[in-house]
Design a protein around this ligand. Structure first.
Ligand code: DX5
Ligand code: ZN
Length: 215
């Protein structure tokens, strides 16, 4: 199953409710939480994610680019996010975080930055519902897809397949009409797209366009 998750990082933050209403065919809304420590950018936190939760019936895919994931991740599951992704680089006890996320009813996901190898962290995979392979350096929308990450996407796919394909493989960064095919061929099944969706005159048509490319 293919899933398209538009990132509201590229939406108009002063009109979030209206921006959410422009993507009815999204499989989930990707919400980028940044703290200006883990990444050199600051976006939004718990109160705004709670408001987004109330403003849409779409599932929320919360991507935490914050230090001290152990402290903060469970709260995003508690407020009703469908999935919560923490960065392994910011987690002291990743297995424990994953178990807490699941105990709050969320899907548990772990992300790796471009320079972080995946293999040493795959021992956790049985506790996870999704692996996020960053295909740009996290922090900003509108960057170019890093083709060097395709091997990591393929390794994530193999690890998931070993578990019967239960674990989704997400890519985030630089996904557009050109790069989505390469990511899919490497084994990704869940695609975050920020600028490719929200820079389009009709964001929902942009989602359909990406979906059609993969059919
Ligand atoms: C970047 C964020 C992404 C961002 C992607 O750190 O994690 O979710 O919104 O934006 P695009 O699709 O424009 O690369
Ligand atoms: Zn993201």
């Amino acid at each position: 199953m293919i899933a398209i998750h538009p990132s509201i990082l590229s939406a108009d933050f002063a009109n979030l409710a209206a921006e959410l209403a422009r993507i009815p065919s999204a499989d989930a809304v990707h919400v980028d939480v940044m703290d200006n420590h883990f990444v050199p950018n600051l976006t939004l936190g718990l109160p705004v994610v709670e408001a987004i939760r109330a403003a849409t019936s779409l599932p929320l895919d919360v991507h935490l680019m914050i230090d001290d994931a152990d402290r903060w991740a469970p709260a995003y599951a508690e407020l009703g996010a469908e999935s919560v992704t923490f960065h392994v680089e910011a987690a002291a006890h990743p297995g424990r975080i994953a178990r807490q996320l699941r105990s709050h009813g969320a899907r548990a996901a772990m992300a790796v930055k471009p320079n972080t190898p995946l293999e040493p962290h795959l021992e956790l995979i049985s506790e996870l519902d999704m692996l996020l392979i960053m295909t740009v350096e996290p922090g900003f929308g509108g960057q170019s897809f890093m083709d060097e990450m395709l091997a990591k996407v393929a390794a994530a796919r193999r690890a998931s397949d070993d578990l019967g394909g239960r674990v989704a493989v997400q890519v985030d960064g630089g996904i557009n009409r050109e790069t989505i095919l390469r990511a899919a061929e490497a084994g990704a099944d869940t695609f975050v797209a920020g600028s490719a969706v929200y820079s389009a005159a009709d964001p929902d048509a942009a989602i359909s366009g990406l979906r059609q490319l993969l059919e």
